[in-house]
Write a protein that binds this ligand. Sequence first.
Ligand SMILES: C[C@@]1(CC(=O)O)c2cc3[nH]c(cc4nc(cc5[nH]c(cc(n2)[C@H]1CCC(=O)O)[C@@](C)(CC(=O)O)[C@@H]5CCC(=O)O)C(CC(=O)O)=C4CCC(=O)O)c(CCC(=O)O)c3CC(=O)O
Ligand SMILES: NC(=O)C1=CN([C@@H]2O[C@H](COP(=O)(O)OP(=O)(O)OC[C@H]3O[C@@H](n4cnc5c(N)ncnc54)[C@H](O)[C@@H]3O)[C@@H](O)[C@H]2O)C=CC1
Length: 215
Amino acid sequence: MIPLYHDFTDETVLVFGGGPVGARKARRFAREANVVVVSPEFAADGYGEAELVRAAPDAGTVAGWFDRTDPALAVAATDVDPVNEAVEREARNRGTLINRADHSGERGPGGVVVPATVRDGGVAVSISTGGASPALSKELRKRIEGELDGAGELAAITADVRSELKARGVDPARRRRAVRAAVQSPRVWKDLGTGVSNARQTVDAVVDAALGEKS
Ligand SMILES: C[C@@]1(CC(=O)O)c2cc3[nH]c(cc4nc(cc5[nH]c(cc(n2)[C@H]1CCC(=O)O)[C@@](C)(CC(=O)O)[C@@H]5CCC(=O)O)C(CC(=O)O)=C4CCC(=O)O)c(CCC(=O)O)c3CC(=O)O
Ligand SMILES: NC(=O)C1=CN([C@@H]2O[C@H](COP(=O)(O)OP(=O)(O)OC[C@H]3O[C@@H](n4cnc5c(N)ncnc54)[C@H](O)[C@@H]3O)[C@@H](O)[C@H]2O)C=CC1
């Protein structure tokens, strides 16, 4: 399996099954997509901003929900095998991405896994075991959680620096050297998250030094 980051803005994610697993996937995708959860019961803790539709489609009526919502991704998270199978089949017929929450191992065309994810601002690190051991993905996620502190802030600062250097016409090789120096600098990392404009100033000093300019 090959990891990709997918932009779900303005897209719909259709979740079948409103148990703890369906709810977890709904929360995950609702941060960006329009999420519709179809289930006869909604007993779990939270579904984010998802739209909840009370219904219990069988294998024959699953397709109608695809017609109504036109999803970019379908999640099969019911505890009814033939329904999960029908969701997968329908997604595949339409070329829609499919996440079988009840199924490890082989995925087939359009099959995707939901990874364990750590975020800091716009920075995300995702972990998958290719479906072999979700508990291990979760454990590894916990171990790296603290490692990303400040990465979101540094990504935002260096994004600004990159466009400023581009606008000033600094050539690509020197730009690359300067941005690399900034992300590698222990002084920069020390100043991230201190709540003042320290980090930006430190980045500017490191960038100026790398470009051979006085700060
Ligand atoms: C294939 C996959 C499909 C998919 O859902 O995309 C899948 C499938 C299954 N999970 C099962 C069980 C558990 N899943 C978790 C937890 C998570 N599972 C997630 C993803 C995935 N789970 C995909 C593969 C990811 C990879 O490649 O590693 C995470 C990472 C993301 C998320 O779901 O948000 C989230 C952690 C989030 C976090 O905390 O960071 C725990 C741990 C716990 O609950 O503490 C357990 C119990 C322990 C265990 O069994 O390992 C079962 C058996 C059900 C049964 O036996 O009845 C199946 C079905 C099967 O194996 O057939
Ligand atoms: N991917 C993951 O991380 C995990 C996956 N699983 C698997 O995912 C599946 C769901 O897990 P849980 O949420 O814990 O199960 P659950 O049994 O608590 O929830 C299943 C939900 O599906 C609903 N449902 C039943 N028939 C339906 C229908 N015809 N259409 C739509 N919804 C219907 C039920 O009302 C219930 O809300 C299970 O098959 C389990 O094997 C379980 C644990 C973790």
